[in-house]
Design a binder for this molecule. Structure first.
Ligand code: SIN
Length: 330
């Protein structure tokens, strides 16, 4: 009788343990972001989810929350630190509270094009920035492109003097505030989710965005003029909570890292195509006049905005700025 009971107990226990292992909950990665799905970041989040579901089925589950549906600007970083989300990809303009050096990406007219941006991001200096916030429990996993920013407004912007007195929405970035002050415009910090309404109601008169954000947020409907200025960059740093990431089982973490390498390559390939096709959609909508600057006019914007570099040189580091500038020349 005793023998039977012990055997039955052992059997029940082993079944129980096996059952528990089978029923172990998958690791959940919540990926929250503020843009639409049909954008470089939106597509990147979905591509990541797809690869994880194919390669780590039952082990890791990815939930994607687009359009500030879970957390908006200002809250998503806090949520990451509290462990309420595990992946976010804020614009590089939104890191100044955590590291002053990442402000480099906001300096106007620093990068000639996305190829130069790529070279800098992949350089030892650019890669070092990914780990510059680990003391704050933030690990950078890679850079994702969106693209170069264009100016939009309720009046035609051809020369810096045209921006004088206009209210421009800016991201939470001191560099971007100074950039608009440099042309005697009035910057106003505003979260991304509020921009369309801000432009529609006249709380702000203008903004700066890549084509994909102008299109997906329908800003072209409320901005009769868009100047193809390519004056600055809007890219992202994909980040996670360091404690969460380091606490993952090593094999899972290494597969996720490989998936992220592939996702980053996909996003960065797609970003240019998406911006070009969204630019064409905006042209086709015929709601905004698209203004092309002459080389002289672009030079005027550059001359007016470039003094901002000097204002942030101590925070960012003159050597880092030099390294970024050098990425234009290769
Ligand atoms: C984003 O692309 O994530 C939003 C950037 C912004 O706030 O302008």
């Amino acid at each position: 009788m005793f023998k039977f009971t012990a055997k039955a107990l052992a059997c029940a226990l082993s079944l129980g343990i096996a059952g528990m292992a089978q029923a172990a909950d998958p690791i959940v990665i919540k990926f929250s972001h503020v843009v639409a799905e049909h954008t470089p970041k939106g597509q990147g989040a979905l591509f990541f989810k797809k690869l994880v579901e194919e390669r780590l089925p039952g082990q890791v589950k990815v939930e994607v929350y687009p359009n500030s549906s879970l957390f908006g600007d200002g809250k998503e970083m806090e949520a990451l630190l509290l462990g309420d989300v595990q992946l976010i990809a804020p614009s590089l303009a939104k890191f100044e509270q955590y590291t002053k050096q990442v402000q480099i990406f906001d300096l106007p007219f620093l990068f000639d094009d996305l190829k130069a941006v790529d070279r800098f991001q992949q350089s030892p200096e650019g890669q070092k920035l990914l780990t510059s916030m680990e003391d704050k429990n933030i690990t950078g996993l890679g850079y994702w492109h969106n693209g170069m920013k264009q100016l939009s407004a309720n009046k035609a912007l051809r020369e810096p003097k045209d921006a004088r007195g206009l209210k421009f929405r800016v991201q939470a970035s001191a560099v971007l505030e100074e950039q608009f002050k440099a042309v005697r415009a009035n910057p106003r910090k505003m979260s991304f989710a509020e921009v369309y309404q801000g432009l529609q109601t006249g709380v702000v008169n203008g903004a700066e965005n890549p084509w994909s954000n102008i299109y997906s947020q329908k800003m072209y409907e409320v901005q009769p003029y868009i100047t193809e200025s390519n004056h600055g960059l809007l890219d992202y740093m994909l980040i996670t909570n360091t404690q969460f990431w380091d606490g993952l089982p090593a094999d899972v973490r290494s597969e996720l890292e490989q998936i992220l390498v592939e996702t980053t390559a996909e996003v960065n390939k797609l970003a240019n195509e998406l911006n070009e096709s969204d630019k064409q959609r905006i042209i086709d909508a015929k709601t905004s006049e698209i203004i092309q600057l002459t080389p002289e006019q672009r030079g005027m914007w550059r001359d007016a905005m470039k003094p901002v570099w000097k204002m942030f040189e101590d925070d960012i580091g003159a050597d880092l700025i030099k390294a970024a500038e050098a990425s234009n020349k290769q």
